[in-house]
Every structure is written in C-alpha cells, then in structure tokens.
Design a binder for this molecule. Structure first.
Ligand SMILES: C[S@@+](CC[C@H](N)C(=O)[O-])C[C@H]1O[C@@H](n2cnc3c(N)ncnc32)[C@H](O)[C@@H]1O
Length: 434
C-alpha cells in the first residue's frame, strides 16, 4: 500500500487515536502505527476498497449528517470534517451496500472557507461537526440541508430563506449535560460515532459561565469517585446570574418581555441569543386568523407569546409537568385567553371549540415528527394556517409531503440555534389551498 505522508500544516483527525493537536512527526508515527494496531474487523466487506485503503477524494457535497461526500469511479465515499471543493486523503473503514465511509487523514487542497477550529477536541468529541468551516458558510450549508431534504423527501422546490441566527457563533449554549460512567474520568460527551465518552474540561460552544462552573462540577464527581455506584449525567444550566446544577430546581428565563418557569433539567431552547428570532418569526407567521392552537406546546412559550393577537388560544402537550408550568406561565405573564390540555397532540381536535377555517396552528413536535393519525386529523380540521417548527428537516419534509395535498407553502425559514454543529431549527409556513 502506498503511504501518503502527512503535511505539517494540517492536523490529522483520527478520533480513535489522536486526542489533541500533535506534531507532524508524532502524528505520522501514530497513523502508521494504527495500520498495525487496527486489525481488519471480521465482518469487513473488502469491496470496493481494502480495509484502511487510502483514497484521494474531491468533496462535492455535505450531507445533513455533516459528512463530506465524493465519488471514486461513481462509487460514493463519505468522510467527516471536510468542506465543499476540498481534496482529502481518506482512509476507508467501512464498505456499505451503496457507499463507503472513511476517516479524514489529510486535507490536500483546503477550501478558502476552512478555518482553525476553536476546540482542541474537535474531530474527537461528537458535539460539533462544523468548527472548521467559516460561520457564514455554515449558514449556507444549513440552508442547503433544508432545501435538499425538501426536494428529495417531499418533492418541494420552494425557495428556502437565508438562515437566521443569533449574535454568538460560540459561547451560546445555556445548557450542557456531560456524561460519566462508574469509573471517572472521562466526564464529557460521546465520541464522534461511538458510544464511549471523551473527557471535556471546557466546551467553547457553552457560555462562559458554564465553562467557569464546569471545573467545580467535574471536581465534585472526581472527589467522590470511590463512592460512585453507577454512571450519570451532570447538568449545567446558565440562568444569567448563576449556573444551576440541580435538574429538579424550578428556574425562570426571559424571552423579550415574557418570563417562563420550568425545571432546570427539562426541555427549553438552549440558545438564548437566537431564541427571540425563533419566537418572533413563529408568532408573526401565525398571525391572521382569530384563534390559535399551540400543539406540542411544552411550557407554553409560543402560545403565551402570541396570545394577545388572538381571541382564544389552546395548547396541548403530553407532559403533565410541562402543562402545569404552562398554566403557571400564562398567569405570571397575565395571559387569560389561553387554555392548556394534557394529552397527545391529536386530542386537540376533539377539544377545539372553534372552526379550523378561523384557526392558526403551531406544531413543534420532537425529532421523530408527527404521528400519521395527527396529520390526517389536522387535514380534516383544515386550519387556515400551519406553522411547522422542527429540529429535524428530514422528518418535517416527510410530514409536509402529506400536508402538501391541501396546503401550499408560504415560507421556509431555517434558524441556526446550534452554531458549529449540523443541527438547526426549520420553520415552514403553510396556507390552506383555497
Ligand atoms: C420540541 S419540544 C417543543 C416544546 C415547545 N414548543 C417549546 O418550544 O418550548 C416537543 C414537545 O412535544 C411534547 N410531545 C412529544 N410527543 C407528543 C405528543 N404525541 N403529543 C403532544 N406532545 C408531545 C414533548 O413533551 C415536548 O415538550
């Protein structure tokens, strides 16, 4: 096998061996040693590439999972931590039915949009996929991910708006949950593509306050390690004035003039710098009809923020705890035209005492998207407007394919709530086809 030497300029990224930026000589030693250390797995299919064969790949696309994609003799090869137009040396570790996957060994021709990642664990920790890409290009990439999902999974070619974002590409996350096992360290996040944990002492996408508190939280676990009976998860939730570490404590957070209470360990959007852009867009998009339904409403954020623009608002959510907070939040924000119901989303239709034709509905389901029963009842209810918020444009596109029978698209708006990662929120505004 021809060995392709590493270049001094670029950091080799091999999550299984290297855990920091190291010198050219050491990197080369480890990578060549790894050829010996990593025996070919028993179930490895050696077609079309041999185990650990190195190939030169030109990157034509980036998938929604953040993988660079190129072709060798029409065969697709995927590799992480690259960008469009780059030429990379890739070491194959898996041949699947339709494509192969490899590790990035070297970037031979870097993109002008490649930058130095801020985190020394980038490429090892599974939290971030895009730190090596200039932020403006990350935004373009997310817009591209949405438009590809819409086209491929739903046949939708409607133009996607430029990706909105907050003012912090780093130090934005107000909640992190590092994991640990019975034997510590490591205390941190899952390694890229693996079930093992990588030790994280600082996380540059988390707020400064979280990073200032992380040392003490880790120290506390390490000090008591002999009494640990099992692994667990730490919580660090930045509330502005302090960092909360007890998931059961009730905390509150402001969005504009509104104040929301919830339990520190439970769901609340965790980028406060971009959150007003998300809530403002959703509220504006829902305006028009007399009534509003907030399905999958959590602690009531969208419904409460929009309520003064509607005669009546109805929220539904499967978690009773969240609904109790939603009711409390409505009272605290002096909103009295909103009612909340505990139940699965489809139960909303038997409880709505107003006509669909006079209703806007906001839907913000978990990553898996909406149940088919919900979607068919939604179409039968025929709301005038649907504002579909999603953190998973692929399941959103699947659901839109169904809704497109009766609804036309008014706007598609991605919002980057998770800079440096492949994740985003996407909002699609739909109008009943008259
Ligand atoms: C992505 S969160 C959105 C929460 C809220 N809209 C917000 O922005 O804070 C999804 C919510 O849907 C709830 N949920 C999950 N499955 C549900 C279902 N079948 N019916 C109603 N709510 C559900 C979850 O408990 C969670 O609160």
């Amino acid at each position: 096998m021809k060995r392709i030497p590493l270049r001094r300029k670029y950091r080799p990224i091999d999550g299984r061996l290297l855990n920091c930026t190291i010198s050219f000589e050491i990197a080369e030693y480890f990578l060549f040693a790894s050829d010996v250390e990593f025996k070919q797995p028993k179930n490895f299919v050696a077609v079309p590439f041999k185990y650990h064969e190195r190939v030169e790949l030109t990157i034509d696309d980036i998938t929604n999972l953040g993988m660079g994609l190129g072709r060798i003799d029409d065969w697709v090869v995927m590799v992480p931590y690259v960008f469009l137009g780059e030429v990379a040396i890739v070491r194959i570790h898996k041949n699947l039915k339709n494509y192969s996957i490899g590790d990035l060994i070297e970037v031979v021709k870097p993109s002008p949009d490649r930058i130095e990642p801020k985190c020394s664990l980038f490429g090892i920790c599974g939290g971030c996929q895009y730190q090596h890409i200039r932020y403006e290009k990350q935004l373009d990439l997310k817009r591209h991910h949405v438009s590809t999902a819409m086209k491929k999974l739903a046949g939708i070619t409607f133009p996607v708006n430029e990706c909105l974002h907050g003012d912090r590409p780093y130090n934005y996350r107000s909640k992190i949950t590092p994991h640990f096992q019975k034997s510590v360290p490591p205390i941190g996040f899952l390694k890229e593509g693996m079930r093992t944990i990588v030790d994280v002492e600082q996380c540059p996408i988390a707020t400064e306050s979280i990073n200032n508190s992380l040392g003490a939280a880790r120290e506390n676990i390490l000090r008591n390690k002999s009494s640990l009976k099992r692994g667990g998860t730490l919580l660090l939730r930045d509330l502005g004035q302090r960092v909360e570490t007890n998931p059961k404590v009730v905390v509150s957070q402001k969005i504009g003039n509104f104040n929301f209470s919830y339990r520190a360990g439970e769901f609340f959007q965790n980028n406060p710098y971009a959150l007003p852009r998300l809530t403002n867009f959703v509220v504006q998009a829902a305006l028009g009809p007399k009534y509003l339904i907030d399905a999958y409403c959590g602690v009531g954020v969208f419904g409460i923020m929009a309520a003064k623009n509607f005669e009546k608002v109805l929220g539904i959510e499967v978690s009773e705890t969240a609904i109790n907070f939603a009711r409390q939040n409505a009272r605290a924000n002096e909103i009295d035209n909103i009612r909340f119901i505990v139940g699965v989303a489809e139960q909303i239709f038997e409880n709505a005492e107003f006509a669909g034709s006079e209703t806007s509905i906001i839907i913000d389901p978990p990553r898996a998207g909406c149940a088919e029963t919900f979607l068919s009842q939604l179409i039968a209810f025929c709301p005038a407007k649907i504002v579909y918020v999603s953190c998973a444009p692929d399941t959103q596109a699947r659901d839109l394919k169904f809704l497109a029978q009766q609804y036309s698209i008014e706007e598609i708006q991605p919002i980057d709530m998770f800079p440096q990662t492949r994740h985003m929120e996407n909002i699609v505004v739909l109008k009943w086809k008259s």
